[in-house]
Design a protein around this ligand. Structure first.
Ligand SMILES: Cc1cc2nc3c(=O)[nH]c(=O)nc-3n(C[C@H](O)[C@H](O)[C@H](O)COP(=O)(O)O)c2cc1C
Length: 305
C-alpha cells in the first residue's frame, strides 16, 4: 500500500494521525497502554485535572444505557502536583503528544493549573473543560455562559503559549456562538462535544440510579447530535475543530472529518474495546488508499450541502 499522509494540524499542534484518546476515558494512560501502543496514537488527553485532588461523586457513578452510558464521576482526579510527580514520568516513556485537560471551579483556578503545568515540556497543549455537567461549581456554570467562556479563554491564553483548545458543551442552543467567542479571545481550537445531560430512574425504588441524579450521556447515541454541532461550528466559525461523540469505528471518524473536524477523540469506545484506536488508524489508512485520498486532512469540511 503506497503511503497515505495521515498527519493533521490543529493550529500549531502537529499530530501523526487524527485519532486522539478522549479525556476521562483513559485516565492518565497507564491502563490503556496495556492494550494500545500509545506510540501509534495521534495524541492522548488526560482526565480533567484540578488544582487539588478531587474524590469525585460517591457511587453510583456509571449507568449503562441502550446505546451508550451515563456518567457522573464528578471530576475525580489526582490534582496537578501529583499528576506531575506520579503520572508524567510514565507518559514520558512514549512518543505521544500529551494534552492536559483542566477543569476548575473558578477562572483563577484554571489559570493557576495552566501555569503550573505549562513548565512541563512533555505537555504539548491544553484542553480546557468548561463543559462538565457533573459538578456543582464550574462545569456547565461556565460552559453555557458566553462571557464566562470568553473570560476563561482570554485568561488562560495569557498564561500559556502552548496550543489552547476549549472543550465545548452541547447543552446550549447555538454552540457556534461559543466557538466564535473562543476564537475572538485567542483560543486555537475547540473540541466538541462533551456529554449531554441525562438521567435514569429505578422504576421500583423510584430513585435516581446515579447518586448525582443527572449524568453525562456519551456513546453511540450522541453521534448525530455531535455531528450536527461540529457542522454548525464549521459552517459559521473559522477555527479548527476536534470532533467527539459516539465514535464507534473508522467510518464515524470519516463522517466527523467530512462535517468539519480536523481530528477526533475516541471516548466511550475505549471501555468497549481499549485496542480500538490502533485498529481505526489502520482502517482509516486503508479507506484513504482505496478512495485515492493522499492526505487525510483533505477530508476536513469536505461536505457537499
Ligand atoms: C466515564 C467518562 C468520564 C469522562 N470524564 C471527562 C473529563 O474528566 N473531562 C472531560 O473533558 N470530558 C470527560 N468525559 C467526556 C469525554 O471526553 C467525551 O467528550 C464524551 O464522552 C463524548 O465522547 P464519546 O461519546 O466518544 O464517549 C468523560 C466521559 C466518560 C464516559
Amino acid at each position: 500500500m503506497s503511503k497515505v499522509d495521515l498527519s493533521v494540524s490543529i493550529g500549531s499542534l502537529k499530530l501523526r494521525n487524527p485519532i486522539m484518546l478522549a479525556s476521562g476515558t483513559v485516565g492518565y494512560g497507564n491502563e490503556i497502554a496495556e492494550f494500545t501502543d500509545l506510540n501509534k496514537i495521534g495524541a492522548i488527553v488526560t482526565k480533567s485535572l484540578s488544582l487539588k485532588p478531587r474524590k469525585g461523586n460517591p457511587p453510583q457513578r456509571i449507568v449503562e444505557t441502550p446505546a451508550g452510558m451515563l456518567n457522573a464521576i464528578g471530576l475525580a482526579n489526582v490534582g496537578v502536583e501529583e499528576f506531575i510527580k506520579e503520572k508524567i514520568p510514565f507518559l514520558k516513556k512514549y512518543d505521544v503528544p500529551l494534552i492536559c485537560n483542566i477543569a476548575a471551579s473558578s477562572v483563577d483556578e484554571y489559570v493557576e493549573c495552566t501555569k503550573i503545568l505549562n513548565v512541563e515540556e512533555t505537555i504539548k497543549a491544553f484542553e480546557i473543560n468548561v463543559s462538565c455537567p457533573n459538578v456543582k461549581d464550574g462545569g456547565l456554570q461556565f460552559g453555557n455562559n458566553l462571557s464566562a467562556v470568553g473570560n476563561v479563554t482570554a485568561k488562560v491564553r495569557a498564561a500559556t503559549n502552548k496550543p489552547l483548545i476549549i472543550k465545548l458543551s452541547p447543552n446550549v442552543s447555538y454552540i457556534s456562538e461559543f466557538a466564535q467567542v473562543v476564537k475572538d479571545e485567542g483560543g486555537d481550537a475547540v473540541s466538541a462535544i462533551n456529554t449531554l445531560v441525562g438521567t435514569s430512574f429505578n422504576i421500583f425504588t423510584k430513585k435516581p440510579k446515579l447518586f448525582n441524579v443527572n449524568g453525562g450521556l456519551s456513546g453511540a447515541a450522541i453521534k448525530p447530535v455531535a455531528l450536527a454541532k461540529v457542522l454548525e461550528i464549521s459552517r459559521k466559525v473559522n477555527i479548527p475543530i476536534i470532533g467527539i461523540g459516539g465514535i464507534m469505528n473508522w467510518k464515524d471518524v470519516v463522517e466527523f472529518m467530512i462535517v468539519g473536524a480536523s481530528a477526533v477523540q475516541i471516548g466511550t469506545l475505549n471501555f468497549i474495546d481499549p485496542a480500538s484506536s490502533e485498529k481505526i488508524i489502520k482502517e482509516l489508512e486503508n479507506y484513504c488508499f482505496v478512495s485515492g485520498i493522499q492526505k487525510i486532512s483533505d477530508l476536513t469540511a469536505s461536505y457537499i450541502i
